[in-house]
Design a protein around this ligand. Structure first.
Ligand SMILES: [Zn+2]
Length: 395
């Protein structure tokens, strides 16, 4: 026997371990193309990750800016990860890149809230490129290619779908609980009402993720026995008026609300009625704020946003009270005329239009009719528009 054989046998376990590590390293973006889109196109832009200064061992919730779609990454204090929805079909690669940047090794809990493209579009890509634990979806089918792709990816990995339904516990790990509050019924007319609704609690801080659930399911949650009260509320259905009923919002009583939407979307989301109901709540919008990240130690909450148009960054000033860094106080309030609305290149997004009566009216991104408004002039702030004689739509 050669003299060095003991060395080889000593090395083999290490080599095998190293090779194994390569395979279990998690979300693999080797198949992610970086040059497939034309330069500068929306689809080619990675999702910018807000600066994160929160120490590890915290709970982090990332509302990804995937345009008119939902994708929410939850990093649990026990280092497990949950992904709630995966954006539109074109968002899969962007989400994988974001997961890699966030150091996410695997998705332990993957939730497709309901089988609409803007929620499960990138699910097949996520499943193919990541190590996946459990998959949750409501028991309802859709006859789309997107839905078939998601199912094929689930089967391809030998995964099984756990039916999303009210009362189901996803995580019950000491100080962290994730439980489903909906769907209750087995049949709904509107596919949105099948949405898996999840309440996540860490210590004293709670989040409510609603998918696109509508008033019917909200009413069921109200009598369902599990309180939907939460500090951070993912506004249902991109801020549509068909969700977020006054009664439901009163029961959730959030301090923060997040609306996942694309700028100038075809649906006029968020609807005015919803924004009116949300008055008094700190509202973040992915069209204006980019990706929004909440970090909490179970007692205090810190928020960072991807687009630094408002310089938003809150530091908790103690239990239940908030101080601000710099001049940012109220900078996210929709009524603040100095709030800056710009795209990635710094171009203003507020449209100044002179109507047939010669009236100078400015239109805000996300407003109903914004997409169809012809801009005579662009503004970065409402104050800029007012200074040259423009007024808001409904004054
Ligand atoms: Zn949706």
């Amino acid at each position: 026997m050669p003299q060095n054989s003991y060395r080889k046998s000593g090395l083999w376990p290490i080599i095998i371990f190293a090779v194994l590590l390569l395979f279990v390293a998690g979300c693999n973006n080797s198949s992610v193309s970086t040059g497939a889109f034309s330069p500068g196109s929306e689809a080619n832009q990675p999702i910018p990750m807000p600066d994160q200064t929160a120490p590890s061992g915290q709970l982090k919730v990332h509302f990804l800016d995937v345009g008119q779609a939902d994708s929410i990454l939850v990093q649990l204090p026990n280092n497990q990860n949950m992904l709630i929805d995966a954006g539109n079909n074109d968002d899969g690669d962007k989400i994988i890149n974001y997961l890699n940047k966030a150091g996410v090794k695997q998705i332990d809990y993957l939730v497709g809230t309901h089988p609409h493209e803007d929620h499960i579009g990138g699910m097949d890509t996520v499943i193919k490129n990541c190590t996946i634990g459990r998959v949750y979806m409501p028991r309802v089918t859709n006859t789309t290619r997107t839905y078939e792709d998601a199912l094929t990816a689930v089967k391809g990995k030998g995964l099984k779908i756990t039916t999303a339904k009210a009362g189901l516990k996803i995580v019950d790990d000491g100080s962290v609980q994730a439980v489903m509050l909906a769907p209750y019924s087995s049949e709904y007319e509107d596919l949105n009402n099948y949405s898996a609704v999840i309440k996540l609690t860490f210590g004293e801080v709670s989040f409510l993720f609603t998918g696109d659930t509508g008033e019917q399911s909200e009413a069921e949650i109200l009598v369902g026995g599990i309180s939907p009260q939460a500090d951070v509320f993912k506004v249902g259905h991109h801020g549509s008026h068909s969700s977020t009923s006054a009664a439901f919002l009163q029961a959730v009583k959030p301090e923060y609300a997040v609306i996942c939407i694309g700028a100038g979307n075809d649906y006029g989301h968020p609807h005015k009625e919803t924004l009116t109901r949300l008055q008094g709540i700190k509202v973040f919008r992915t069209d204006l704020d980019g990706t929004v990240v909440f970090a909490t130690d179970g007692r205090e909450i810190k928020v960072t946003t991807g687009k630094n148009n408002s310089g938003t960054s809150w530091e908790p000033g103690g239990s239940g009270s908030w101080s601000t860094t710099g001049q940012n106080d109220n900078s996210i309030s929709a009524s603040n005329n100095d709030r800056i609305y710009v795209d990635d290149s710094g171009q203003g997004l507020i449209k100044g239009n002179i109507n047939s009566k010669g009236e100078k009216i400015y239109h805000m991104p996300g407003e109903a009719g914004y997409a169809n408004t012809k801009p005579e002039q662009w503004f970065k702030t409402e104050a800029e528009a007012v200074a040259v004689g423009f007024r808001p739509v409904n004054d």
